[in-house]
Design a protein around this ligand. Structure first.
Ligand code: KIV
Ligand code: ZN
Length: 518
């Protein structure tokens, strides 16, 4: 890279983001998100952790085969088996990268119980091994920001000498602050022999809400790769949000004079897709991609705003791919109008897909006379259930003051229709009890979340349901003008996803976690 102010965007939504409990994505969803990232101009996609499970391996391999412009990277702990498996998956890419790491702080060194010297030897031999497989090699000292300075410089030097081409400095627990983040990178570049030969990367977590500031400060200090995720998805408080660092460099280019290759008009669409497939809704006041992030979206229509949008907006909604909310389609709208409106919102549909969406659109337009952009987006986020093992066929729920809450329900399970009638503390409880009676399972409800898609009492409700069974987590989503129907569909969606996970991981096989790494 010749431009010294060009910052490489390394997206880890599919690895660090997806590893966050509850954010599990299906194989098809991972491929779709990887395609969107590639298309948006992400330089490097960390597609997964190939040794973690057969499913991870297959997803990384297929993403590698499909990639057009992005480098495809896989994660590996510091051992030959992980690294070999990673290489097997990423080698299909036009431009593959291996990312290997080890925890170097005192707390992390204690896990494998290695002395400093033993760990240094391990770093040397694993980085040499990985570099013999792949020219593009990233190495990370996990928990770098809590690693002793002398030891950090020692191991970074070893990794560079052994052939690493990118050195990533993770703030694994979100502990650093902007000044410290900038100084750390600046000092490493100044003091480690060979530092000028490699790219330094920053990888921040958001535990203290400083991930974006810390990443930008690291760039100020000399880092030229930012590791981030869409919507800041990630464990605990998440990772650096891609949309935030990219837009900060664009909007405040006068004082943060760095560039990226991201087509920012694609940010909104990918944010919505990641929210939908991960089941992690974007908070309304989230910077850049939140529902209220722009004045016209949050309903500020004061005089000044009407005369000059810059009164309240420092960036144009179109710059992040947001079209003005307006009344769109109704029950008389045809297929061509639906296709064209969806294309405006970033969804290009094939004929069969359009057929399915059109049926669901008509059903919605029958229930709701005003169909807004947000309604269509919610419709797109809920897939067709024709392939699912469990399908909701019919339900009727009675509720009200001093009335028994009862749900009559019919499900199709593996093609066979079964019915029951169950009671509960409320309508949703009764309906969930009916699902449980018809499809017995041990999954525990971890999250039940309802939000309105638009305003008004006829608004659709989007519901997320997260289930956990033997450490496996699945999130289901649905939208409907009837909140209880949306709840049951989301519950059934989560169960179907759990069944797919059960099949993919062969029942009780425990999956490997990157946190096992010492
Ligand atoms: O946060 C972290 O330290 C990581 C490493 C695996 C790079 O995600
Ligand atoms: Zn991380």
């Amino acid at each position: 890279m010749t431009d010294k102010n060009r910052v490489v965007i390394f997206d880890t939504t599919l690895r660090d983001g997806e590893q966050s409990p509850g954010a599990t994505m299906s194989h098809e969803e991972k491929l779709e998100i990887a395609g969107l990232l590639d298309d948006m101009g992400v330089d490097i996609i960390e597609a997964g952790f190939p040794i973690a499970s057969e499913g991870d391996f297959e997803a990384v391999s297929e993403i590698a085969k499909n990639a057009q412009s992005s480098v495809i990277c896989g994660l590996a702990r510091a051992n030959f088996k992980d690294i070999d498996r990673c290489w097997e998956a990423v080698k299909h890419a036009k431009a593959p990268r291996i990312h290997t790491f080890i925890g170097t702080s005192p707390l992390h060194r204690a896990i494998p119980n290695l002395t400093k010297d033993e760990m240094a030897d391990k770093i040397h031999e694993t980085v040499c091994h990985a570099r013999n497989l792949c020219d593009n090699l990233q190495w990370s000292p996990m928990d770098a920001t809590r690693t002793e300075w002398e030891y950090l410089t020692r191991v970074v030097e070893i990794a560079i000498k052994a052939g690493a081409t990118t050195i990533n400095i993770p703030d694994t627990v979100g502990y650093t602050a902007p000044n410290e983040s900038a100084d750390l990178i600046r000092r490493l570049i100044a003091e480690v022999p060979g530092a000028e030969e490699v790219v330094f990367a920053t990888h921040c977590h958001n535990d203290l809400g400083m991930a974006t500031a810390n990443s930008l400060a690291a760039v100020e200090g000399g880092a030229r790769q930012i590791e981030c995720t869409i919507n800041g998805l990630g464990e605990r408080a998440g990772n650096t949000a891609l949309e935030e660092v990219v837009m900060a460099m664009k909007v405040r280019h006068d004082i943060i004079p760095f560039t990226t290759g991201i087509d920012t008009t694609k940010l909104m669409n990918i944010s919505r897709r990641v929210a939908a497939v991960s089941g992690f809704a974007v908070q309304f006041n989230k910077a850049i991609v939140g529902k209220n992030a722009f004045a016209h979206e949050s309903g500020i229509h004061q005089d000044g705003m009407l005369k000059n949008a810059e009164t309240f907006e420092i960036m144009r909604p179109e710059d992040v791919g947001l079209t003005e909310t307006n009344l769109v389609l109704g029950k008389h709208s045809g297929r061509a109008a639906l296709r064209s409106k969806l294309a405006d919102l970033g969804y290009e549909l094939g004929d069969n897909q359009l057929k399915d969406v059109f049926v669901r659109f008509k059903a919605l337009a029958d229930q709701k006379k005003e169909v807004y952009d947000e309604d269509l987006i919610a419709l797109m986020q809920v897939g067709s259930d024709v392939e699912d093992r469990i399908q909701l066929k019919a339900m009727k729920v009675s509720c009200g003051m001093d009335l028994e809450k009862r749900a009559d329900m019919t499900l199709s399970i593996d093609g066979e229709e079964v019915s029951t009638s169950q009671t509960g503390d409320g309508p949703v409880d009764a309906a969930f009890n009916a699902v449980k009676a018809l499809f017995s399972h041990r999954a525990r409800l971890q999250l039940y979340q309802v939000s309105a898609v638009t305003e008004g009492t006829d608004a659709q409700a989007t519901v997320s349901v997260r289930l956990e069974e033997d450490g496996k987590i699945a999130t289901g989503q649905s939208a409907d003008v009837d909140t209880v129907v949306a709840s049951v569909r989301a519950y059934v969606d989560a169960l179907n996803r759990l069944l797919v996970r059960r099949e993919k991981t062969g029942g009780d096989t425990p999956e490997v976690s990157y946190k096992d790494a010492g």
